[in-house]
Design a protein around this ligand. Structure first.
Ligand code: B12
Length: 232
């Protein structure tokens, strides 16, 4: 009887922890979508106080919220000012969590040169992916956004990168991923690097078509895919 009571109590605690987590994640999404910077910061603090994983809050809260914003922008319910306010709210919340991300794994797993490709200034998704790589033990050189292809290659060589990871959100800029692969082939360094691509404009089919090595649809899958590609 005592064992059953204990089990019921433990199950009850688990359910209320899950409910609290869901409530906080929903609050994050709500604040970011509304562009409420203060609320986004306070929700991040609530994440820490409740002992929720900061990375979970980033991927399932802040990043998800920007995807909701993306959908509203596409549906013409939101325009650039709302999108920018949401992006600032997301940034404010992520900044609170960043110092608490810690190192999920301490061993050095490999080196990654990352950026948003030439012609593209969208960097919210790329920043999340870069954070995630760092957290999982990769040495990450983040070159920023709208980075010319020749600079990406130079930086990757200098870093001795295992992976060049590039992001594109636009159909115009995604073509510069082909330019990157062509330039690597032209200077004989294609075999030195795995090329990983991501961002809302690209897909697994596009990755196969242009001869890139790795595609992932979000930050969590990006880490898994790169782990598989370079550490077996
Ligand atoms: C936010 C936003 C902006 C912000 C950017 C702020 C910033 N600092 O990034 C602002 C307002 C500045 C902006 C500007 C523009 N934008 Co805009 N923008 C968006 C919006 C609404 C959301 C994008 C976003 O941040 N998503 C959330 C993040 C978290 O998702 P994500 O980037 O996809 O990243 C995830 C995955 O893709 C993956 N991932 C990302 N990168 C990588 C990399 C690797 C290696 C891997 C493995 C995985 C990976 O992991 C991430 C996390 O899970 C989209 C609409 C949409 N539906 O996407 C339009 C959108 C991308 N923009 C668009 C356009 C056209 C523009 C402008 C040209 C508008 C203009 N006329 O001025 C300019 C861009 C100028 C330029 N040269 O780049 C178009 C692109 C259309 C197209 N298909 O080509 C879109 C699709 C809107 C639309 N439907 O028209 N934009």
């Amino acid at each position: 009887m005592g064992d059953i009571l204990w089990l019921v109590e433990a199950r009850g605690e688990e359910i209320s922890r899950m409910a609290q987590q869901e409530e906080i994640l929903n609050r994050i999404i709500d604040c970011v979508v509304k562009g409420d910077r203060e609320g986004a910061r306070e929700s991040a603090q609530a994440v820490l106080d409740a002992g929720i994983s900061p990375m979970l809050a980033i991927t399932e809260g802040y990043a998800r919220a920007m995807q909701v914003v993306g959908g509203r922008y596409d549906a013409k319910e939101f325009f650039v000012p709302e999108v920018l306010m949401a992006a600032k709210a997301m940034k404010a919340g992520v900044e609170v969590l960043q110092p608490y991300l810690g190192d999920e794994e301490t061993e050095q797993k490999g080196k990654i040169t990352i950026c948003t490709i030439e012609g593209d200034i969208h960097d919210l998704g790329k920043n999340i992916v870069a954070l995630m790589f760092r957290m999982y033990g990769y040495d990450v050189n983040d070159l920023g956004r709208d980075v010319p292809v020749h600079q990406v290659i130079e930086a990757a060589k200098k870093q001795g990168a295992d992976v060049i990871a590039v992001s594109a959100l636009m159909t115009t800029s995604m073509r510069n991923m082909v330019k990157l692969i062509d330039a690597l082939e032209a200077d004989g360094s294609r075999d030195r690097f795995k090329v990983a691509i991501g961002g809302a404009a690209v897909s697994q089919d596009y990755c196969d078509d242009i001869g890139a090595d790795i595609f992932a649809k979000d930050a969590v899958h990006a880490v898994e895919a790169i782990d598989r590609a370079i550490n077996g």
